[in-house]
Ligand binder design. Structure first.
Ligand SMILES: Nc1ncnc2c1ncn2[C@@H]1O[C@H](COP(=O)(O)OP(=O)(O)OP(=O)(O)O)[C@@H](O)[C@H]1O
Length: 267
């Protein structure tokens, strides 16, 4: 198991028409220990997705490093899987076929790929729907397939970008509980991006709060002490409400651009 480490990471996007490059995030340090669940929240457009893309190897670091188990990340790799908001499944493949697809591309023998896919489909609770096609699935079921597909290569890190944002509130709650069950079984590290504070607090071991961009930085690191397994009822406890409030106010202060109160160099 390997630690994910972002060390003073700066991300820039090239400019058009001789304008200066756009610096989305600046000097962000954070870690996710093996098996840890870390969420990143922040104002819209502050660079949450950019951070995730840097870990996925889709965006280069302008300065600083991203490493997994001490090895610098320089491009995409099978040990890091990404789950986006939209499942984008292959419509001509069944649930099982979609989950096996990535393994087949990696030349895992067909029989082995199918067996692993079957295991993942069972894990996400879709055993009964394994032979259905994407158009026969609800939004929540499609996201389960997406998750099974991401977990199939047994990644060390799961990168999740607003995976439940397109779901209705009830399905979203159910999927959060499901994600915790699945994560507990897989024990990958998770880096989870969301706008939804309660979701971040419910799911995470730690919530990292970013300031607005350009040059977004870390403005808060909030440990979440609630025991696991966590039940949906946790959200109604005064302790949960107080912690979510604390994250809200940290975010509000970050928006108002108060001076940073955390040491940027301590992940
Ligand atoms: N490929 C790109 N080229 C130029 N600018 C980009 C590119 N991708 C993102 N940006 C800019 O970088 C900033 C951060 O974008 P990013 O999508 O990472 O933020 P975010 O916090 O995930 O946003 P949201 O909360 O709206 O999903 C934004 O100002 C965005 O316009």
């Amino acid at each position: 198991m390997r630690e994910l480490r972002l060390d003073r990471l700066t991300i820039e996007y090239p400019a058009r028409d001789r304008a200066p490059a756009y610096r989305a995030v600046e000097g962000v340090s954070l870690t996710a220990a093996p098996g840890e669940f870390v969420s990143v929240v922040g104002p819209s457009g502050c660079g949450k997705t950019s951070l995730l893309h840097a870990v996925a190897g889709l965006v280069p670091a302008a300065a600083g490093t991203v490493s997994l188990g001490g090895r610098p990340i320089r491009g995409p790799g099978p040990e890091r899987a990404v789950v986006f908001q939209h499942a984008s499944l292959l419509p001509w493949r069944t649930v099982l076929g979609n989950v096996a697809y990535g393994l087949e591309l990696r030349r895992v023998p067909r029989r082995e790929a199918r067996a692993r896919a079957r295991e993942m489909v069972e894990l996400v609770g879709l055993g009964e729907a394994a032979t259905r096609y994407p158009h026969e699935l609800s939004g929540g079921m499609q996201q389960r397939v997406n998750l099974a597909r991401a977990l199939a290569p047994d990644p060390a890190v799961l990168l999740m970008d607003e995976p439940f944002a397109a779901l209705d509130a009830q399905t979203r709650d159910a999927m959060q509980a499901e994600l915790l069950r699945i994560w507990a079984a897989s024990r990958t590290s998770v880096l989870f991006v969301t706008h939804h504070i309660e979701e971040a607090v419910f799911l995470s071991d730690r919530v990292v709060v970013l300031s607005p961009g350009p040059g977004a930085t870390v403005r808060g690191r909030v440990p979440v002490p609630f025991e696991r397994p966590r039940e949906t009822a946790l959200r109604r406890t005064p302790e949960f409400v107080a912690l979510a409030d604390h994250v809200w106010s940290t975010l509000a202060r970050a928006r108002d651009r108060e001076p940073a109160r955390v040491n940027q160099e301590t992940p």
